[in-house]
Design a protein around this ligand. Structure first.
Ligand code: SF4
Length: 337
C-alpha cells in the first residue's frame, strides 16, 4: 500500500505530524509527504518518509497552474491512500483531483471530498488527534521526532565555537508569526540569565532583529557569559540541533516549542493569547507552562491575533521575568538561575 500525507500547514504542525508518519510507516512502509518548501528539510531525513514533494503554495506553485502540476505529480505516484491532517480545501481538492481512491480527513474538514471522515477530538493533544486520523491507537504521550544529520551537528558546533558559546547555555526563541504570542521581556530575561549561563537566541530570518536586540542587551549589560544570535543563521535542522544541545529552551507558543519536543530538551513555554488546551503545549516530564490563568479575555483566537485587540496585551505583559526564571528553575535543567 502506498500512502501519501498532505501537510502544508505551519512548521510546527509538520513537526507534530511526525508521530503519524511513524505510525503509518510501521504499518505500510515509508510514506510520501507533500509539504511546504520550508518544512521539507525537516522531514526529508526522517526514516518514516520515502519522498518529500515540496509544494510552494504561496510562491512558485501559486494558483491553478501550480495546483495542476502537483496533481499530475500525485497521479504519477499512484497512491492508494491519502491522509489529510490539514483541514484545507486545497489539500482535500489535491487528493481528490489526483484520483487517490482512499482519502482520509477529519469530519470537520471537507467531508464531501474525503472517502473517510474521522472524528477530531475537541480536547487532548494535537499529536493524538493526528494519530487518530491514521486509525491506530495513540501511544501514551507520543512525542514528535526529527532526524538530524552529522552535517547538521557539525554546522551547529561550528556556530557555537565561532561565537565562543560553551555549554551549558539557554536557548531563547523570542519570535512568533503572531505578534500577540510574543512575550516582550526576553531581553531582560537574557540579562539576568547571562550572569550564570550562556545565551543563544534561535528562530528564523524573520526573527533576526529580535534576536539581535536580546543579544545586545546581554553584551551591553556587562554579563559574565557569552550571548549569540542564531536567528536566521542556522537551517531548521541545525536549529533543532542547537535546541537539543541547550540546557533548556524558553519559547512562545511557536515552532521552536515543537522542535524542542522532538529533541527532548526541557522547555519553558510562555502562552499568551492562546492556551495549551488547544492541544499544542509541551508534554515532556520536565516542561513547564507559564500563562496568566484567569484573565477573562484569554484565549482570544485560535492562532493568536497579530496585535492585542484590547490594546493592553496583559496576557503577556503581566508575566514578569521572575516568573519565567522560577519556571526555568522548576525544570531542574540548571543548577541555579
Ligand atoms: S485580548 Fe487578551 S488574550 Fe488576546 S492578546 Fe489581548 S490580552 Fe492577550
Amino acid at each position: 500500500m502506498t500512502s501519501l500525507v498532505i501537510q502544508t500547514a505551519f512548521l510546527g504542525d509538520v513537526v507534530l505530524t511526525t508521530p503519524l508518519l511513524d505510525a503509518l510507516a510501521t504499518r505500510h512502509g515509508p510514506v510520501d509527504i507533500v509539504t511546504t518548501p520550508g518544512a521539507a528539510a525537516l522531514v526529508e531525513t526522517h526514516p518514516a518518509v520515502r519522498r518529500v514533494i515540496p509544494y510552494d503554495k504561496r510562491g512558485a506553485d501559486r494558483g491553478l497552474a501550480g495546483l495542476i502540476r502537483l496533481v499530475r505529480t500525485l497521479r504519477a505516484g499512484r497512491y492508494d491512500v491519502a491522509y489529510l491532517p490539514h483541514r484545507s480545501l486545497r489539500s482535500a481538492a489535491l487528493a481528490w483531483l489526483a484520483g487517490i481512491p482512499q482519502r482520509v480527513g477529519f469530519q470537520d474538514g471537507w467531508r464531501s471530498l474525503y472517502t473517510e471522515g474521522r472524528g477530531r477530538a475537541r480536547q487532548g493533544h494535537e499529536i493524538d488527534r493526528l494519530l487518530a486520523l491514521g486509525g491506530g491507537s495513540a501511544p501514551h504521550h507520543a512525542r514528535p521526532s526529527l532526524h538530524l544529520t552529522v552535517a547538521d551537528r557539525a554546522a551547529t558546533e561550528q556556530f557555537l565555537q565561532a561565537h565562543g558559546v560553551q555549554e551549558p547555555f539557554v536557548a531563547l526563541a523570542p519570535g512568533s508569526i503572531w505578534g500577540s504570542k510574543r512575550w516582550p521581556y526576553y531581553r531582560e530575561l537574557a540579562q539576568r540569565l547571562a550572569q550564570h549561563v550562556a545565551i543563544v537566541t534561535v528562530g528564523g530570518p524573520e526573527d533576526a532583529a529580535l534576536g539581535e536586540q536580546v543579544v545586545q542587551g546581554v553584551e551591553g549589560g556587562g554579563a559574565a557569559w557569552r550571548a549569540a544570535n542564531a536567528c536566521g543563521r542556522l537551517s531548521l535542522r541545525q536549529s533543532a540541533e542547537l535546541i537539543r544541545r541547550a540546557a533548556v529552551l524558553v519559547t512562545n507558543d511557536s515552532a521552536p516549542l515543537h522542535l524542542a519536543q522532538a529533541v527532548d530538551t526541557p522547555t519553558v513555554a510562555i502562552f499568551g493569547s492562546t492556551v495549551p488546551a488547544f492541544g499544542f503545549g509541551p508534554r515532556g516530564p520536565r516542561d513547564v507552562v507559564v500563562e496568566l490563568v484567569g484573565l477573562s479575555c484569554r484565549p482570544c483566537s485560535a492562532h493568536g491575533p497579530p496585535v492585542c485587540p484590547l490594546g493592553h496585551h496583559r496576557c503577556m505583559r503581566d508575566i514578569d521575568v521572575e516568573r519565567v526564571l522560577a519556571a526555568i528553575a522548576a525544570t531542574g535543567a540548571l543548577k541555579s538561575t
